[in-house]
Design a protein. Structure first.
Length: 155
């Protein structure tokens, strides 16, 4: 289960949702199953039910997924994703930034850009990708870096 929490300017939890699949399409956060439109990026914050929140946390054992079913690139499991303004972090490490003008997410470590991504529970990740050809893409690993990931899901 994914626990999505909106935080006010003091960092306190202000609103919370649960689900199994949270999607980002540019500056829109949504869920096709549980919640529909959840939030959209506006004025430097995430607008949810008429309120503006500077940060969002997405907790639980989750994977970041790119692409469509059976052709999906999936990250290793992570325990915490967070978005503060335009900055996406995995276990506290900044991995991407949202460019509002281009409506794209730009990798900060890996030189990639993308318009859409999903945060899915690790338990459902195996059903999303072709098990015969699993492709792991961790945006926090520099391409060609053969060392173990700098981000551990145990953090």
């Amino acid at each position: 289960m994914i626990h999505l929490t909106f935080h006010d300017s003091s960092g306190a939890s202000a609103a919370a949702l649960e689900g199994t699949d949270v999607r980002f399409t540019g500056g829109v956060l949504w869920s096709h199953l549980e919640h529909g439109l959840i939030a959209c990026f506006a004025s430097g914050s995430w607008k949810h039910h008429g309120e503006y929140y500077p940060s969002i946390s997405i907790a639980g054992t989750c994977c970041l997924a790119f692409g469509i079913a059976r052709e999906t690139l999936i990250s290793d499991p992570i325990s915490l994703f967070s978005v503060t303004g335009t900055l996406l972090r995995a276990n506290g490490v900044a991995i991407a930034e949202y460019d509002e003008k281009l409506d794209l997410w730009e990798g900060l470590i890996r030189p990639i850009t993308w318009q859409a991504m999903r945060v899915i529970s690790a338990a459902t990740a195996s059903a999303l990708a072709d098990a015969a050809r699993p492709v792991i893409l961790n945006p926090w690993d520099y391409p060609g870096d053969e060392r173990p990931s700098a981000i551990s899901s145990s953090k």
